[in-house]
Ligand binder design. Structure first.
Ligand code: NYM
Ligand code: MG
Length: 221
């Protein structure tokens, strides 16, 4: 295989809770492996690190933190993993990421804290590896509701989810990279999987023309 001299792809999957992100990421990993690619699947927050444990406590309502502080912890959690993502990609491994900087910015901005704008929320993401492809699994609020009730974690309520949904649209509009694809995730699981696989395979095939891994730049909202 020519894979040795080629870098891996950074593929991010985003969406609201219950959009099917995690199951689709696992399915994509298996499919790409079948096709002979080296693949890793990771998720944010990574609750296993010391920073991740602070985040986990907060999400489960075990601790109270200032909105800005928890926001920066989510970002710090990405920065502490960023190097290993870059190393994997340089080694030819495609990395599938379940939630990334987009979730980071929109969930915090959805709190409507007057000193925590979307623009502010994006700033600590500047310089992190930019995905070669971001797949947004779009699901209508009604469809999400059919998939079962909200869990017990913070943010899992109607008001937050509808603000988050709007802010995802805003941030995708102002991101100039052109690597964001919105998929209708209200369809049957295998139909969504097929689209995800096609987009991922196409992205990996285009890596030579995409060039080196890019980094996030600032946004103007
Ligand atoms: N979340 C996730 C944030 O608020 N900021 C972030 O940077 C990230 C990565 O954490 N409701 C929120 C979104 C989710 C919650 O994620 C936990 P998951 O994928 O449900 O475990
Ligand atoms: Mg969740």
């Amino acid at each position: 295989m020519a894979a040795h001299s080629r870098r891996g792809a950074l593929i991010v999957v985003e969406g609201l809770d219950r959009a099917g992100k995690s199951s689709q990421c696992e399915s994509l990993r298996d499919k790409l492996q079948e096709l002979g690619h080296s693949v890793k699947y990771i998720r944010f927050p990574d609750r296993t690190t010391p920073i991740g444990k602070l985040i986990d406590d907060y999400l489960r309502g075990q601790s109270q933190l200032d909105d800005h502080s928890i926001h920066l912890l989510f970002s710090a959690n990405r920065w502490e993993i960023a190097r290993s993502i870059e190393e994997d990609i340089a080694a030819g491994i495609t990395v599938i990421v379940d939630r990334y900087s987009y979730s980071g910015a929109v969930y915090s901005a959805a709190k409507s804290n007057p000193t925590l704008s979307l623009e502010w929320a994006w700033m600590p993401e500047i310089g992190l590896p930019q995905p070669d492809l971001c797949l947004f699994l779009s699901i209508a609020p009604g469809e999400a509701a059919k998939r079962g009730g909200f869990g017990a974690e913070r943010y899992e309520n109607e008001t937050m989810q509808s603000r988050v949904r709007e802010l995802f649209q805003t941030i995708f509009r102002v991101q100039q990279s052109g690597n964001i694809q919105v998929l209708d995730a209200g369809r049957a699981f295998p139909d969504v999987s097929i689209d995800i696989e096609k987009s991922a395979v196409d992205c990996i095939a285009r890596l030579d023309s995409i060039g080196p891994l890019k980094r996030f730049a600032s946004i103007a909202v």
